[in-house]
Design a protein around this ligand. Structure first.
Ligand SMILES: *Cc1c(COP(=O)(O)O)cnc(C)c1O
Length: 379
């Protein structure tokens, strides 16, 4: 029998049955009072759970759209922006900002390590940046930025907005918008929320909203905060058709998160991340990210000598697990394993055991049961 394929890439992540069921429901009119009340409840939950005194937007589109939405509503042509990059997705902000005519400075780390907070602060002292952007977890490196520490430091720089890309982190790594001094946080549904791709979620704090106001009219239409705010305040209003079934699916995901407890969910991710990393290291893989800055949501694993990327990933696929390849200079040298969202013990054991079987088939000298054994001890 063919193995089912576990989707262990860094998004989309596995979508559980109860969330799938929401997508399979008969679509309602977006003005149907039952849908309006569902959407309202979802928005209220997203605000309270992520601790913002500002606004939340749920808009059809991907994480990349949210990146653009974040800067389009807070910066204008000629503004100085500092892009702090820990990899491929950090770099994506450079092009987005340059196309809009912002003046972009970049602080980039070696892949696997972080830009020290003191380096960011030194830059902020040099120039009056209107915003800085940081990816909480950069999916290309598996590096987690110390956003809490950056946020604290940023308190002294009142003119500078703190924009956090949470696409590979939100709902898996601890984030509290107000307490962490975050002005904009955003993600896409297909990562740690465990919903199919298609929705972007963006939180904007009071400082970001004041900045939007100071800009007057902006060139962008679909992603203008001001087009969506009336809908977010009253979902019976129309601006552009909401993705009804995806909104239900996200609502179910939030229900599951509340059932688990958001704090417990963060702890679970941390524990699972550490356990998987330990178990894969025991099989000869090397984790790209420095130990202190490893994400809990995904791991980027460098192959031991003699393991060919294409062989490894195709055999692993036959064993029932889909993972992603390395990006940039790490293409062909490592694989990326997502472990965020609604994954359970069965998924974890299956993944580690499938990697083990693959390594044994490739003659890598991995002792049967080694990885699974470590996983069982750790979890
Ligand atoms: C996946 C990802 C994105 C892009 O999201 P899309 O939904 O693919 O547009 C941006 N930033 C980070 C950190 C990501 O992991």
């Amino acid at each position: 029998m063919n193995n089912r394929k576990l989707v262990m890439i860094p998004g989309p992540t596995p979508v559980v049955r109860s969330i799938q069921d929401q997508m399979g429901r008969e679509t309602m009119a977006f003005g149907d009072p039952r849908f309006v009340s569902d959407f309202k409840e979802l928005l209220a939950d997203l605000k309270t759970m992520w601790h913002t005194t500002g606004e939340v937007f749920v808009v059809a589109g991907t994480g990349t759209m949210a990146m653009e939405m974040a800067v389009a509503n807070t910066l204008k042509k000629g503004d100085d922006v500092l892009v702090v990059s820990h990899g491929y997705f950090g770099d994506r902000f450079i092009e987005i900002c340059e196309r809009k005519g912002f003046v972009v400075d970049v602080l980039a780390s070696e892949w696997g390590s972080i830009v020290p907070v003191s380096d960011i602060e030194a830059k902020l002292k040099e120039k009056n940046y209107k915003a800085i952007t940081v990816s909480h977890v950069d999916t290309s490196t598996g590096v987690k930025a110390p956003i809490d520490e950056i946020g604290k430091m940023m308190k002294q720089y009142e003119d500078t907005l703190f924009i956090v890309d949470g696409v590979c982190a939100t709902a898996g790594e601890a984030e509290y918008v107000d307490e962490m001094n975050i002005d904009i946080l955003f993600t896409g549904t297909q990562k740690a929320f465990g919903v199919s791709p298609g929705l972007a979620i963006l939180w904007a704090g009071p400082k970001a909203l004041a900045r939007r106001e100071s800009l007057g009219s902006i060139p962008e239409y679909y992603i203008d905060f001001y087009k969506w705010l009336p809908v977010m305040h009253d979902p019976s209003k129309y601006f552009a058709t909401p993705a009804v079934n995806l909104i239900w699916a996200l609502k179910e995901s939030v229900r599951l998160i509340k059932e688990e407890g958001l704090e417990t969910r963060y702890q679970r991710h941390e524990k699972v991340g550490k356990a998987l990393q330990k178990s894969l290291e025991a099989m000869g893989f090397k984790v790209l990210a420095d130990r202190e800055y490893r994400a809990s949501t995904l791991s980027n694993l460098i192959y031991p000598d003699g393991i060919n990327d294409a062989d490894f990933r195709s055999k692993l696929y036959e064993e029932g697990v889909m993972v992603a390849g390395g990006l940039g200079a790490y293409a062909g040298k490592m694989f990326r394993l997502g472990h965020m969202g609604n994954i359970d013990m069965h998924d974890l054991v299956s993944v580690v055991s499938a990697v083990e079987r693959t390594m044994i088939r490739l003659g890598a000298g991995v002792e049967p049961g080694k990885g699974v054994g470590i996983l069982s001890m750790e979890l």
